[in-house]
Design a protein around this ligand. Structure first.
Ligand SMILES: *Cc1c(COP(=O)(O)O)cnc(C)c1O
Length: 361
């Protein structure tokens, strides 16, 4: 099969030069006569890979010195549990802003450990979905932390500004938005992300945590999820997902050669503007998210005639545009356009959509 533009939400496409390099050195990594995935995680060679990846990520995001970076297991959902176990005591409350299905799932998991306070909901105003205005949020000054998801991968809803929560530390699920643009890490207590959207392959999650939040884990916290322990052990308390960590490191190097997160922000804005422009210019495609809350990473859209969904997906696939089906919970279409999606991929999608609309199938 020839190369396609893969719009999958996750695991998502990776930059081609990264895949080429990984292929090139798969069997003989830097003259070691074996693969990087066959090295001990405690060998100097791998520890160098691991530390370089962390240094590059720190540089890309300007992560301050009083933050630890953990390369850990368990995906995004693992952190839904790790966060309350590490940052709250039994019986404490925490604020959860619910702006879509992932933040709702995070709240549901947190209920096992604490009493979550549902801060806000998604509203539909004049037919458009939006997050209620921050002035109406029901914030708790005694909350252990405030949790939110700046980019809802399934719903295509994004919150751009960083909320003002006073002294309550902010925890952000950035699984589908980390590295898509500049970020003031110092505003957050903790940031986490499953790797498989905008960092690398699945199996790895990255946690960026302020030192002040370490050392408070509940006694029954599994050791592999104990932030303090993992920080002390350089994320090597047990065997980390070494190949995913290595590949993430290649992605960080690639990002640096491309101009870093500022350039990613520029390209991502350009790609999103093209796609939303195509949708808004037509009476055939619909995106019912308020323009202020539209995601630049995941663009859900519906056809005015849902009976044509199947044909749309079939013909898109024939045109080399794959994985455009919306999440099973919402249906319709979704184009995920993370850092690795080139501008040309979105151009090809827009051209296909305009052509499909003209032909109506
Ligand atoms: C994909 C995703 C998750 C879940 O990640 P897993 O690694 O499958 O657990 C959580 N949050 C967000 C925002 C996501 O996009």
């Amino acid at each position: 099969m020839s190369k396609v533009y893969n719009f999958c939400a996750g695991p998502a496409m990776l930059p081609e030069p990264v895949m080429e390099q990984a292929k090139e050195e798969l069997l003989d990594w830097q003259g070691h006569g074996c693969s990087v995935m066959e090295l001990s995680h405690r060998s100097k060679a791998f520890v160098d890979v691991a530390q370089q990846a962390e240094a590059d990520l720190r540089e890309l995001l300007g992560i301050p010195d009083d933050y630890r970076v953990l390369f850990t297991h368990g995906g995004g959902r693992g952190q839904f549990s790790a966060v309350p176990m590490n940052l709250s005591r039994q019986g404490q409350r925490a604020d959860y802003l619910v702006s879509g299905s992932w933040s709702a799932a995070a709240l549901a998991e947190a209920e096992k450990y604490l009493t979550p306070n549902r801060v806000a909901e998604v509203q539909v105003v004049d037919g458009l979905k939006r997050v209620s205005d921050a002035s109406s949020w029901d914030l708790d000054a005694d909350a252990a932390y405030f949790h939110y998801c700046p980019n809802e991968t399934v719903d295509g809803i994004a919150i751009d500004g960083i909320p003002d929560t006073g002294d309550v530390p902010i925890v952000a699920d950035m699984s589908s938005t980390i590295l898509s643009g500049p970020l003031d890490v110092s505003r957050f207590g903790l940031i986490y992300a499953g790797a498989q959207k905008n960092i690398g392959p699945s199996g790895l999650s990255v946690v960026i945590v302020n030192d002040a939040l370490l050392g408070q884990a509940r006694a029954q916290t599994p050791s592999i999820f104990d932030y303090q322990l993992q920080a002390e052990q350089g994320s090597m308390f047990n065997t980390p997902p070494t190949f995913a960590w290595y590949l993430a490191g290649l992605v960080f190097k690639w990002l640096k050669t491309q101009g870093g997160v500022a350039e990613m922000h520029r390209r991502n804005a350009q790609k999103a503007a093209m796609l939303y422009g195509c949708i808004d210019d037509s009476d055939f495609y619909i995106n019912a998210i308020h323009p202020d809350y539209r995601s630049r990473m995941n663009v859900p859209f519906q056809l005015q005639e849902p009976a044509l969904d199947k044909l749309f997906l079939q013909q898109a696939e024939q045109a080399g545009l794959t994985a455009l089906a919306g999440h099973r919970s919402v249906g319709g279409m979704r184009a995920s356009i993370y850092n690795a999606m080139p501008v040309a991929g979105v151009q090809a999608l827009v051209a296909f959509m305009q052509d499909f609309e003209k032909r109506k199938g």
